[in-house]
Design a binder for this molecule. Structure first.
Ligand SMILES: [Zn+2]
Length: 259
């Protein structure tokens, strides 16, 4: 097949010039687009409120396990979904539960409109994933903190939950997914925690009971790319595996929160 080739040096020069011009134009548009996205993320501040869980529904983070061994696991993020509405979830966590079997909580949940609701301080141990283990780069990690209950990741977990859509209030495997506002607030929160991507997991990922599958219908690719972009704009470099800073970071506690 013959390839087009002009004998005119003027025409060749013109074609070269046009090609170079188009390349520069494309590059410029891409840079402007990415700057627009970056500046939009840099100025993004979700609405954040405190709805403190009742003190029966969370505990302190232990420095030692029940065998007296020091524990210093780096924090992990565990993602969940509420299944029930955000309002009902908050109500459950604010209800005193003196029976240990009924005690449950997340550190934060994200409503459909992207509002971040803080429930338990990151300094404390939310009861988000009983009978669980994190299998990461350092091998299996779990801490036994209770004589009767199995070891879990709760002692070093940051539990964040997404409010399920209305068509997800069932025990099935799928639903219509989460809103863009939720992905954005979630990525913002995770990037701000500075917990590395290698230590971000799901309830399904750490569950040992075989009964947990949340968060269902979760777009992990979209979430991961958003976290990376937030991390870039916030200049949030990943912290060392044993950084103790995480548990002290976070929004200030409301005065009405118990202990
Ligand atoms: Zn869960």
């Amino acid at each position: 097949m013959r390839r087009f080739k002009s004998n005119s040096p003027l025409l060749n020069g013109l074609i070269l010039f046009l090609g170079a011009f188009l390349c520069i134009l494309t590059l410029h548009v891409n840079v402007v687009n990415s700057q627009t996205v970056h500046s939009e993320l840099a100025s993004f501040r979700p609405v954040e409120v405190w709805r403190p869980a009742h003190e029966t529904n969370f505990g302190k983070r232990y420095p030692k396990d029940i065998y007296g061994r020091l524990v210093n696991n780096a924090p992990i993020v565990v993602l969940h979904e509420t299944v029930i509405s955000a309002a009902d979830t908050i109500r459950v966590f604010q209800t005193p539960h003196y029976n240990e079997d009924d005690q449950a909580s997340y550190h934060a949940l994200i409503t459909r409109n992207g509002t971040i609701v803080h429930l338990v301080s990151k300094k404390n141990r939310a009861f988000g994933a009983g009978n669980s283990v994190f299998r990461g780069p350092n091998g299996p990690e779990a801490v036994k903190t209770h004589r009767i209950y199995p070891a879990s990741v709760n002692n070093f977990a940051y539990h964040i939950s997404l409010e399920s859509p209305a068509d997800g209030r069932h025990n099935g495997n799928h639903h219509s997914g989460y809103s863009q506002a939720q992905y954005k607030s979630l990525a913002y929160l995770v990037a701000k925690s500075r917990i590395p991507q290698s230590r971000v997991t799901t309830h399904k990922g750490v569950d040992r009971s075989g009964s947990r599958k949340d968060p269902r219908s979760f777009n992990n690719r979209h979430f991961t790319s958003l976290v990376q972009r937030f991390s870039q704009v916030n200049n949030a470099t990943t912290v060392s595996q044993n950084s103790p800073a995480f548990f002290e970071l976070g929004p200030s506690m409301p005065v009405q929160e118990a202990r």
